[in-house]
Design a protein around this ligand. Structure first.
Ligand code: ADP
Ligand code: MG
Length: 211
């Protein structure tokens, strides 16, 4: 099998309201201004099959969903995304920016839902066929600050957002551990900084390591 070059595969991680979408849009604009083709993918979703799985995952009516069902649904959605989108895009010289990827599964289903993170890593490996982003920006935001930003918007909560404070504290700790043991790939950024300050760190990292 042809080796996939993941240098232009960049993921963003961090709890809700940490600023991922804001920074992804800014990075995309910068790369496009410099002549690169850029695709943004979001998890779960990004293909017809994966979007259907996303609807099941976020539907509040599915309160009976078992943690392991949730894990496999995320992973099934990811298989389709990797095979249908990520690999073809990378092979076609696109930048692929992922709004969440495998680290979210480790943080949410592993640490958050308390499924052994080692097992999660094996399932992640199967789901991706071994493909990891070349670079991951972890936007580190304390759960309390996420809560404050959440209060500033009106949108209703989805099934995952009603999980309670202890769940989010475990997810946050999970991200901290992920960042600790994968410090080559994962760049941790203090997400309480201004949008502009964070963008500067991201662009400098990209200029130094990717472009
Ligand atoms: N660095 C920042 N400082 C303060 N507010 C921010 C910052 N980055 C994003 N926001 C605001 O926080 C909210 C969540 O940002 P968003 O980019 O959607 O986060 P995410 O995609 O991680 O959930 C938005 O209202 C956004 O305007
Ligand atoms: Mg977002």
């Amino acid at each position: 099998m042809k080796k996939i070059d993941t240098k232009h595969f960049i993921s963003f991680e961090g709890i809700d309201f940490s600023g991922k979408t804001t920074q992804i849009n800014l990075l995309k604009a910068y790369l496009m201004e410099n002549g690169y083709q850029v695709a943004i993918i979001r998890e779960p979703g990004g293909t017809a099959i994966s979007e259907k799985i996303r609807d099941i995952l976020l539907d509040k009516k599915n309160f009976k969903m078992h943690n392991r069902t949730e894990l496999f649904l995320y992973s099934a959605a990811r298989v389709q995304l990797v095979e249908e989108k990520i690999i073809p895009l990378l092979n076609n010289n696109n930048f692929v920016i992922a709004d969440r990827f495998v680290d979210s599964t480790t943080a949410y289903q592993g640490y958050g839902r308390k499924i052994n993170p080692q097992i999660i890593r094996q399932i992640n490996q199967i789901a991706t066929g071994g493909i990891l982003p070349g670079l991951t920006f972890y936007l580190k935001l304390a759960p309390e600050l996420s809560g404050l930003r959440r209060e500033n918007r009106e949108a209703p909560e989805d099934r995952l957002e009603v999980s309670g404070n202890e769940f989010y504290d475990r997810v946050f700790k999970g991200y901290e551990e992920i960042a600790d043991y994968s410090n080559e790939r994962v760049i941790t950024i203090d997400a309480s900084k201004t949008v502009e300050a964070i963008q500067k760190i991201i662009l400098n990292t990209i200029k130094d390591h990717v472009l």
